[in-house]
Design a protein around this ligand. Structure first.
Ligand code: SAM
Length: 245
């Protein structure tokens, strides 16, 4: 029998995501439908049998490790961005990544399962996951048990407020269209959706209007400014990177 004091788990898969850094990732799954990733299964789980029946479900739960959070840095209280970063709540009343056990859970859409040349890959979307996230478990989402319309949402009862419009300069749009051809999906739409969710940290509200921001997405650096409720994407630059997908 396993000791009740210590458990050790090995990842069963690894996420390959369009998000190469934490900044700019949606704060929960399902907020940005076009945010996609794959979960590449690791041996000995590269095994079609283990997934028999899963494609009958539209959504799955992923249990994963917040691997990019420094260990041992949790505190009993945290400042949720939703409360402007100036109210402290108990860590267990939040979805903070700084937790005693850095385990995350996300419901994501299952778009398909691909198997070829000894690889087994789950295609997922609506994600809030950093590239290379280690996956501990995969379970089907059960609407009859997991969807609870009568549930109370505490300080996060409503979906987050969205910014009104996202505008692109002509050169930014050209950069995104070129990247869309390389990656095979609509990057302009994805950037518009991501930025409508205003990834700026709450404590940046004090920065002057129009202050510049940047984030990495796929092999791109995206630069933008927020003025009032409008986002302007000012530049899109291709970075020299090694593709991991
Ligand atoms: N849905 C999950 C949950 O509730 O457990 C994650 C919520 S957490 C607030 C989402 C944020 O975690 C993302 O916006 C991103 O900044 C961060 N994140 C995602 N994957 C991560 C990883 N592997 N390591 C560290 N931080 C990560």
């Amino acid at each position: 029998m396993v000791s009740i004091n210590a458990y050790s788990f090995n990842p069963i898969g690894r996420v390959h995501s369009c998000f190469k850094e934490k900044f700019g990732i949606p704060r929960q799954p399902g907020l940005v439908a076009g945010a996609r990733a794959t979960v590449e299964m690791l041996p000995p789980y590269v095994e079609a049998e283990a997934f028999r029946g899963l494609t009958e479900f539209s959504h799955i739960w992923l249990l994963f490790v917040f691997h990019a959070v420094p260990t041992g840095r949790w505190k009993p209280t945290v400042r949720p961005p939703r409360l402007g970063g100036n109210r402290r709540l108990g860590v267990f009343a939040t979805r903070s990544t700084f937790r005693p056990n850095p385990i995350g859970q996300s419901v994501v859409k299952l778009d398909g399962i691909r198997q070829s040349r000894g690889r087994l890959v789950l295609q997922i979307s609506g994600i809030d996951l950093l590239d290379q996230t280690p996956v501990l478990d995969i379970k089907p989402y059960l609407p009859y048990a997991d969807a609870l319309p009568e549930a109370h949402g505490g300080f996060a009862a409503e979906a987050p407020r969205r910014l009104a419009t996202v505008r692109f300069t002509a050169s930014a749009r050209r950069g995104l269209n070129a990247a869309a051809l390389r990656h095979g999906y609509d990057l302009e739409g994805l950037v518009a959706d991501l930025l409508k969710h205003d990834p700026r940290p709450a404590y940046h509200a004090q920065r002057p209007p129009g202050a510049p921001y940047g984030m990495r997405l796929e092999d791109l650096n995206i630069e933008w400014r927020v003025v009032g409720s409008e986002v302007v994407v000012t530049a899109v630059t291709r970075l020299e990177t090694r593709e991991t997908r």
